[in-house]
Each structure stands twice: as structure tokens, then as C-alpha cells.
Design a protein around this ligand. Structure first.
Ligand code: HEC
Ligand code: HEC
Length: 258
């Protein structure tokens, strides 16, 4: 009797363990499959049509940080994030329906759209912070971030470490805080450790600094560039003014009606 109870609880532990391990396993498999594909840019452009609705045809997202700039991001990072979001290894309730196999496709389409996005020129005017604590920000960056994100925030292609230069300040802030409080499940454990002592002032200072690092000239779009692949896309005039759905103001937990 005793023995079977032991066996049963051991079994349920294993099942529970598998449920926890499963999402990242699925994401990893998809990442590896997509990495083996030869990307088709023309198909990537077609797939990107549904992404453009939120990330904008240029891939520049919004200053408000509601949607990140994806243009110019390293292809390996794009593939990993797509695989994680789709496997629910990174929560993104707004975007997850658009990553279904019916809409996005499989590993080939992930490789295609990642290659398309990676070659888009980046915004010359991303959202930046208040600019009041940049010396502290620079010091913190040099002491804590270069090892992984590179001297200028360019990331590391082979290790799928994100490029963070030129990203909207408010998006950086949200992701950094979610990584710090371990709300982003795919967070890098070493990064979490590295930043756990950061104060609010430190966080704002370092990310303001990062948002102001200009990507190399050849990665930036020229003034007034519009993506010619989407000539008929209706661009609301408010698009780059910081208006938009404020995802960071979403309540963390639904509250009970009073
Ligand atoms: C309905 C809006 C919406 C659509 C459509 C959408 N996304 Fe997103 N996407 C988002 C939001 C919101 C985030 C940021 C979520 C967060 O804050 O964690 C995001 C994040 C991302 C990220 C992570 C970026 C980073 O640096 O962390 C990638 C990559 C991405 N999207 C690619 C795509 C691709 C490719 C498509 C099309 C197949 C797509 N998205 C379609 C809303 C959307
Ligand atoms: C040990 C390596 C490491 C260190 C140190 C590190 N990071 Fe990261 N960081 C990562 C990895 C890896 C990711 C992506 C995790 C994933 O796969 O989703 C990441 C993600 C991020 C993101 C989210 C980017 C996006 O597009 O979603 C931000 C912002 C960020 N790091 C900022 C920083 C800053 C600022 C510092 C220094 C204070 C720092 N990181 C230190 C490895 C590191």
C-alpha cells in the first residue's frame, strides 16, 4: 500500500515536471528546425503582412513601447522569440493568436519572416528616455551588459542574444522589469542574477543610455523612408506619436468586480 502511494506520487511528480519542461522543449525543437531552413525572402514578405498590422510595415513598432521595433533584429533572436511565444514559453497574449500554424505556418515560414525582418532598415527616431542620468547609465552598461549584449548593444548572432540598441525606451523598460521579476519565462538566468541589485534609478539610467546608442549607419533607414513592399498600407497619422494600446498598463491580475 505504502509503496503504491510512493509510486503514484513519484509518477505525478514526473508528469508535473514534464508539463513544466515541455514548452521550452517544443520551442527549442522549433528553433533548431527553423535554423536548418534556407530562408525565402519573398515568402517572408508575404508572411510579414499580418505582422505589419502591429509592428508597422517598416517594423519600427511604436514609441510608446506597446509594440517593439523588430526591424534589424538578429535573425536568430527573431526565430527564438517566435518559437518561444508560440510555445507559450514567453507570454504575449496580444500576439499569440497570430503565431498559430494556420496564420504563421511552420519552421520554414518562421525562418522566412525572420530573414525578411532582419534585413529591414531600423528607425532613425526610436523612442528614448528623459536623458537626465546618462553618465550613470553608461557606467552601468559597461559594467553589467557588454559581456552579453556587446560593446554597443549589437547582441550576439550565434547565441541568439538580442540587439538592444535603437529599441524604444519604454519597451526596454517593460522587458527589463519583466526579466528582473522573472515574469518573462524565457529570461536568461545569468542576466537575472546580474541585474537583481538594480534600483529603479539604475534601470532607467541604463535603458535610457541603451535607447540612445545609435545602430551603425548602414542599419538605419534614411529620413522619411517608407517600406516600398507595402505601398497601400494605411498608416494612421498617430502611429509614431506615442499613441497606441498601452500594454504595460494592463492589470497584472484580473481584479474581482466590487
Ligand atoms: C496583434 C498585434 C501583433 C501582431 C499581429 C504581431 N505581433 Fe509581434 N508583438 C506584439 C507585441 C504586443 C509584442 C511585445 C510583447 C511584450 O511586451 O512582451 C510583440 C513582440 C514580438 C517579438 C519580440 C521582440 C523582442 O525584441 O522581444 C517578435 C520577434 C515579434 N513580435 C514578431 C512578430 C511577427 C514575425 C509577427 C507576424 C507573424 C508578429 N510579431 C505579429 C504584437 C503583435
Ligand atoms: C549573461 C548574459 C546577459 C547579461 C549580462 C545581460 N543580458 Fe540582457 N539578455 C540576455 C539574453 C540571452 C536575453 C534574451 C533572453 C531570451 O531568450 O528571451 C536578454 C534580453 C534582454 C532584454 C530584452 C530584449 C528584447 O528585445 O526583448 C533587454 C532589454 C536586456 N536584455 C537588457 C540588458 C541590460 C541593459 C543588461 C545590463 C544591465 C543586460 N541585459 C545584461 C543576456 C544577458
Amino acid at each position: 500500500m505504502r509503496k503504491s502511494i510512493w509510486a503514484m506520487s513519484f509518477f505525478s511528480l514526473m508528469v508535473a515536471g514534464q508539463c513544466i519542461a515541455e514548452p521550452s522543449g517544443a520551442a527549442m525543437r522549433e528553433y533548431e528546425q527553423a535554423m536548418e531552413m534556407t530562408p525565402d525572402l519573398e515568402n517572408g514578405r508575404k508572411v510579414y503582412r499580418i505582422c505589419a498590422v502591429c509592428h508597422t510595415p517598416e517594423g519600427w513598432g511604436l514609441d510608446s513601447g506597446a509594440y517593439p521595433q523588430v526591424a534589424g533584429q538578429l535573425a536568430t533572436v527573431l526565430i527564438k522569440q517566435l518559437a518561444d511565444i508560440r510555445a507559450r514559453n514567453r507570454d504575449n497574449p496580444t500576439m499569440v493568436p497570430f503565431t498559430s500554424p494556420q496564420l504563421l505556418g511552420g519552421a520554414q515560414e518562421i525562418a522566412d519572416v525572420a530573414a525578411y525582418i532582419a534585413q529591414l532598415p531600423m528607425s532613425p527616431h526610436n523612442g528614448v528616455g528623459p536623458g537626465i542620468d546618462l553618465a550613470l547609465g553608461e557606467q552601468l552598461y559597461k559594467d553589467n551588459c557588454t559581456e552579453c549584449h556587446g560593446e554597443t548593444g549589437e547582441g550576439i548572432l550565434d547565441d541568439h542574444i538580442p540587439a538592444i540598441y535603437g529599441q524604444h525606451y519604454r519597451y526596454l523598460l517593460r522587458q527589463f522589469e519583466w526579466i528582473k521579476m522573472e515574469r518573462r519565462r524565457n529570461a536568461d538566468k545569468k542576466m537575472v542574477k546580474q541585474i537583481h541589485r538594480f534600483t529603479h534609478r539604475d534601470i532607467r539610467a541604463v535603458l535610457d543610455y541603451v535607447s540612445r546608442i545609435k545602430p551603425p549607419k548602414e542599419k538605419l533607414a534614411t529620413e522619411g523612408w517608407h517600406n516600398p513592399d507595402f505601398p497601400n498600407f494605411a498608416r494612421p497619422s498617430t502611429m509614431h506619436s506615442g499613441a497606441g494600446y498601452m500594454i504595460d498598463q494592463r492589470p497584472t491580475r484580473p481584479s474581482r468586480p466590487r
